[in-house]
Unconditional design. Structure first.
Length: 381
C-alpha cells in the first residue's frame, strides 16, 4: 500500500465527511488494568513500516525512523522493507542504525509478490531467498509452500492488507500466523471494515487467527506525516517478557489489541471463566465453556476523563452488546457461552481520536475507531 497524491487524500476525506475530533489531551499507558493476569508486560509496537531500504521510501532513513518510534514510547519495533526491491537480498538489518536501546527489535520483510503481500517476522536476521524463490508460484499448493518455507526458519507469517489494492490471492487455506486487519488509517486508504469482516468469517469457521495492525508508513517528511505516522495504528501485545520471542508468541496467540495511536487508550478484554473474582483469561486465550455464566471485563487503560467510549462486543460475528460509558475506564458484562459449541467474543471501541495527527482525524480517515481487541475463545481446541 502506498498513498496517492495529496489531492486524492483530501478528496477522499471530504467524501468521507468530517468525523474527527481535535482536543489536545493525552493519555498514559501504564501497565495494569485487568488484575490477576499471569505475569507479563504490555508492549506497544508497529509491525509494518518502510525505510530507505525500500525504493518507495527513499526519504525515510532508519536513523530517523527508529528515534521517531522511540519518542512515541514504543516497546517493540520492526521495519518491513519490500523484498522485491532488493531481489530478496535484505539490507535493512545491515544498516548500523537498525538498533535501539529502548525497544525490542524484531527482524522483518514485506514479502511483496504479484499475488499479495505478507510480513515475515523473526527474532533475528534470516534468509529471504527461500521465500523469494516461491514468489511467482501460482499453483494450488503455493500458499502452503510459502507458509512451510517461513515456518522452516521459525518465522511468523502475517498477511498484509488482505483485501486492498494488493489483495492476498494465495488464499487462506494455509498456516498463516496472523492477519493485518488494520492497515494505516482505519478508513483510508483502505476501509479496514472489509478486512475485519473477512477475519470474522474465518473466526466463525472455527479458525483461531490473531489480528494485528500496521501503519505501512513510508515517509516522515511529506504530506503523509500530516495524516498518519509511526504507530497509526499501534499493536499492543501482552508478552511474558520484553524479548523478541515473547513478542512474537503473544502476537501469534492474539494476546493483543490494536489502538489508533501509540499514545491512545489501550483496550483489554479479559474474563473470569471460573468465577473466582479474578479476570485471568485474556483476549487470545482459549477456555472450555461449562454451561455456566462467565464474567467479562473490558478495560480502557489510559481512559481520558469524561471521554465517551462506545463499546461494542461482538460474539460469533454478531453484535452482542453495545454500550457507551462516560467517565469510566471499564465495562463489565456477563454471558453463558454454549457448552457444546464454539464461541468467540471480541471488542471494538469508538470515540474521538485526539492522539491522531490532526489533519487525518479531521478528514475522517480514522473513522473514530479507538481500538479493536483480539477474541477470547471458548471451545476452539
Ligand atoms: Zn503491502
Ligand atoms: Zn508495506
Amino acid at each position: 500500500m502506498k498513498l496517492g497524491n495529496l489531492a486524492a487524500v483530501a478528496a477522499a476525506g471530504a467524501a468521507l465527511g468530517l468525523l474527527g475530533a481535535c482536543s489536545s489531551s493525552s493519555s498514559g499507558n501504564s501497565a495494569g488494568g485487568v488484575s490477576d493476569l499471569r505475569a507479563g508486560t504490555w508492549l506497544s509496537g508497529d509491525l509494518h513500516l518502510h525505510s530507505d531500504h525500500s525504493s518507495d521510501a527513499a526519504d525515510n532513513p532508519i536513523a530517523e525512523l527508529i528515534p521517531e518510534a522511540e519518542s512515541r514510547g514504543m516497546g517493540f519495533f520492526v521495519i518491513t522493507d519490500h523484498d522485491n526491491h532488493v531481489d530478496g537480498h535484505i539490507t535493512t538489518w545491515d544498516d548500523p542504525a537498525y538498533r535501539s536501546d529502548t525497544m525490542v527489535m524484531l527482524y522483518g520483510v514485506e514479502y511483496t509478490t504479484a499475488r499479495g503481500h505478507a510480513n515475515l517476522l523473526g527474532t533475528q536476521p534470516f534468509d529471504d531467498l527461500p521465500m523469494y524463490a516461491l514468489r511467482d508460484r501460482s499453483d494450488d499448493a503455493a500458499g502452503q509452500a510459502i507458509a512451510d518455507a517461513a515456518h522452516a526458519q521459525g518465522l511468523h507469517l502475517s498477511v498484509n492488507h488482505p483485501l486492498n489494492g494488493d489483495p492476498w490471492e494465495f488464499g487462506f487455506d494455509m498456516a498463516i500466523d496472523s492477519v493485518e486487519i488494520w492497515n494505516a488509517m482505519y478508513r483510508f486508504p483502505t476501509n479496514n471494515d472489509d478486512a475485519v469482516a473477512l477475519w470474522d468469517s474465518m473466526l466463525n469457521s472455527g479458525r483461531r487467527l490473531a489480528a494485528r495492525g500496521g501503519s505501512d508508513c513510508h515517509h516522515q517528511h511529506t504530506y503523509e506525516a500530516l495524516v498518519f505516522n509511526v504507530g497509526n495504528p499501534t499493536t499492543w501485545v501482552y508478552a511474558s517478557a520484553p524479548k523478541a520471542g515473547a513478542v512474537l508468541a503473544a502476537l501469534k496467540a492474539g494476546n493483543s489489541s490494536i489502538s489508533y495511536a501509540p499514545t491512545a487508550e489501550r483496550v483489554v478484554l479479559a474474563a473470569d471463566t471460573d468465577r473466582d473474582g479474578g479476570y485471568e483469561t485474556l483476549m487470545g486465550d482459549g477456555a472450555r465453556a461449562s454451561g455456566q455464566p462467565v464474567d467479562f471485563r473490558v478495560t480502557i487503560d489510559g481512559a481520558r476523563p469524561l471521554a465517551a467510549y462506545a463499546i461494542t462486543v461482538i460474539r460469533n460475528g454478531e453484535v452482542f452488546l453495545q454500550k457507551t460509558v462516560v467517565g469510566e475506564d471499564h465495562l463489565d458484562f456477563q454471558d453463558t457461552p454454549a457448552a457444546a459449541a464454539r464461541s468467540y467474543y471480541r471488542v471494538e471501541v469508538r470515540g474521538t481520536t485526539p492522539e491522531a495527527p490532526a489533519a487525518g482525524a479531521v478528514l475522517g480517515f480514522y473513522g473514530n475507531i479507538i481500538a479493536l481487541t483480539n477474541p477470547l475463545y471458548f471451545n476452539y481446541d
